[in-house]
Write a protein that binds this ligand. Structure first.
Ligand code: SAH
Ligand code: SF4
Length: 365
């Protein structure tokens, strides 16, 4: 019998239990063992099975034969002058993903990636220019948080933790990796481990309409929609997935999102591109488009990257645009640009995935 250890990070409680039963380590009525292991993993953040000290030494030895508890390797850590930190993580197949920590006065947000690269090619986004794309596994998504907490010395997961919020705004389109992202959220929000309520987790999507409602019904995190344009002509050009799921369908999905029907706000993200989508007529069109949806509009100053085809709108124009939307009754904060000096700001993430083998060509989704 080959003895390949299973990495325990990313497994659900049920999967851990089945594995323990299958390996003759517990009986089916011994769920408390799973609870104990889970607590060590996700509340205390142990990096070795030996550290699970409430479990007998004998059982720990047996556990070590079945499970590994290894994080992917940290390739590089960068610190911005504004306190933002970026980690470049090397996955077991050599691919690289980026994770960003953004500390603020009253919270700390971890921006996680859901894919290596992204297939969607939004025109203003650096990630979209990356050649190689693949979905991340649950283990790889959850490990981003584990590594960040290790580096920030942010265990155990108690009230004073540095990472208080998670946003799926790193590399990739999370709804194209639905199952793994869903399972990660279930692990992040488990009340006996990491304990981050779904109110503190935001899924950002470029608008994969069929999965938006499914997500709302099954997981129901905070939802952010990368809108960026208010008519199909422009959106087709800058967010090409719009050709498949045009604005009218996208907006209808937002109206139907369960949180929205419960009067909780959806966030619309709107990147400010000089002379492209930043006129007051655009602001009026935006207000008209989302009429009746409980919403907040996050204005994101465009973050440039090498040879990017756009310029950011002037501060003055962003302010005028924001004031217009605010006067129409919507909160319209301008997202502070964070970590630009380490290329960690929105849309700047791109890892050099070299070695493009035939078998690893871009996913056809
Ligand atoms: N793929 C998902 C989540 C990742 S992108 C999505 O598109 O929603 C997170 C946010 O950053 C999105 O709103 C995205 O449109 C925005 N963004 C991408 N490139 C940007 C850039 N260069 N400057 C500012 N925001 C950008
Ligand atoms: Fe992908 Fe989001 Fe970038 Fe578009 S903005 S290319 S969906 S990561």
């Amino acid at each position: 019998m080959t003895n390949i250890k299973t990495n325990i990070i990313g497994l659900s409680r049920d999967e851990i239990k089945s594995k323990l039963i299958e390996s003759d380590l517990i009986k089916s009525d011994e769920s408390f063992r799973v609870k104990q292991i889970w607590h060590w993993l996700y509340f205390h953040g142990v990096t070795s099975i030996d550290d699970m000290t409430s479990i007998s030494a004998q059982l720990r030895e047996e556990l070590k034969k079945v499970f590994s508890l290894q994080r992917p390797n940290l390739d590089k850590e960068q610190h911005s002058v504004d306190g933002t930190k970026k980690w470049l993580i090397k996955l077991s197949d050599g691919n690289l993903v980026e994770t960003v920590y953004i500390p603020e006065d009253n919270r700390g947000t971890l921006c996680v990636s859901s894919q290596v690269g992204c297939t969607l090619n939004c025109k203003f986004c650096h990630t979209g220019t990356q050649k190689l794309v693949r979905n991340l596994t649950t283990e790889e998504i959850v490990s981003q948080l584990m590594i960040a907490r290790d580096q920030l010395k942010d265990w155990p997961a108690n009230e004073n933790r540095k990472i208080s919020n998670i946003v799926f705004m790193g590399m990739g389109e999370p709804l194209y990796n639905y199952d793994a992202v869903k399972k990660s959220v279930q692990i992040f929000s488990d009340p006996e481990g990491i304990k981050l309520s779904t109110k503190r987790i935001t899924l950002s999507t470029s608008g994969i309409v069929p999965q938006i409602l499914e997500w709302g019904n099954e997981v129901d995190t905070v939802l952010a929609i990368s809108l960026h344009a208010t008519n199909d002509d422009l959106r087709n050009e800058i967010v090409p997935i719009n050709k498949k799921y045009p604005l009218q369908k996208l907006i209808q999905a937002c109206r139907d999102y369960p949180r929205s029907r419960n009067s909780r706000r959806i966030t619309f993200e709107y990147v400010m591109l000089k002379g492209v989508n930043d006129s007051l007529a655009d602001a009026q069109a935006l207000v008209d488009l989302i009429e009746g949806i409980p919403a907040k509009i996050n204005l994101i100053p465009f973050n440039p990257w090498p040879n990017s085809p756009y310029e950011c709108s002037s501060n003055n124009q962003i302010k005028k645009f924001g004031d217009f939307i605010n006067d129409a009754g919507y909160s319209s904060p301008v997202r502070k640009t964070r970590g630009q000096d380490i290329m960690a700001a929105c849309g700047q993430l791109k890892s050099d995935s070299i070695k493009v083998k035939k078998s690893l060509r871009r996913l056809e989704i």
